[in-house]
Design a protein around this ligand. Sequence first.
Ligand SMILES: [Zn+2]
Length: 325
Amino acid sequence: MTFPVHRPRRLRRTEALRGFVRETRLSTGGLVYPMFACPGTDVRIEVSSMPGVYQQSVDQVVEECREVADLGIPSVILFGLPEHKDETGSEASAADGAVQRSVEAIKKAKLNLLVITDVCLCEYTSHGHCGVTKAGEVLNDASVERLAEAALSHTRAGADIVAPSDMMDGRVAAIRRKLDEHRFQDVAILSYAAKYCSGFYGPFREAAQSAPQFGDRRSYQMDPANAREALREVALDIEEGADMIMVKPALPYLDIIQRVRERFDVPVGAYNVSGEFAMVKAAARNGWIDEKRVVLEILTGIQRAGADIILTYHAKDVARWLKAC
Ligand SMILES: [Zn+2]
């Protein structure tokens, strides 16, 4: 039976009806707000390509976390900038690093926030790669050891969840082993399981000062053309002990989010990355799009594709907008 018996427009007539049959209900419950911690005190430098996003010293990080928690956002993810960069990214695991001190300070302030730490070396290495290098090559196994050390230092500082983003093989297993050895068996791992070698990371590299000084990241991050490979990466990370997995970036990879959601039963995260954020901000500033409408549509799309957790620089705005509706 078809028209005139069936009239799909019947359920679109009023907001009451549309709200009643809505399939995807965006909420602040799965949002994660990314933040950049740097050395010093009273430092707050806006990232030019990411309006409203700052490199901040620990005291300022805590202040913004207070605001984030008050908005009902459940979680933050911390990236760090070191005092000095070196070949092996030694400050990535420093007990007094900006991330480690931020975690301690947030926990001390007793904020109602899950603290996730990004585990990688690229912000800390002089060459800007996510691992240790030798003769222009990024070494896998030597990098994994360093990453596990970094994850342990975050955990010692009080992190609830560690999130390895380097894309080395075997790093989830190494981190799980290291945390368990030190009786941190209850600290969860959110792995960047399917992280693509993407042009959408440009503004982040300014924020984290992590652009590679030679070559690119194609030998460890995924080829944007591959979907089946993403399923393999996710399967491996879950086998190695990942509690949650992530797809990064989000918008050009909604099909990956959907396929991962269908195939696996762990919580799925998606990172609405810096380039996706910057494009919206730039267009909105020019009056070319309605920022609120576009952001809510983007995040609804990411959730509809299957993401339970969304990491986004829009989190604070979204929380305010959802509160107001
Ligand atoms: Zn990295």
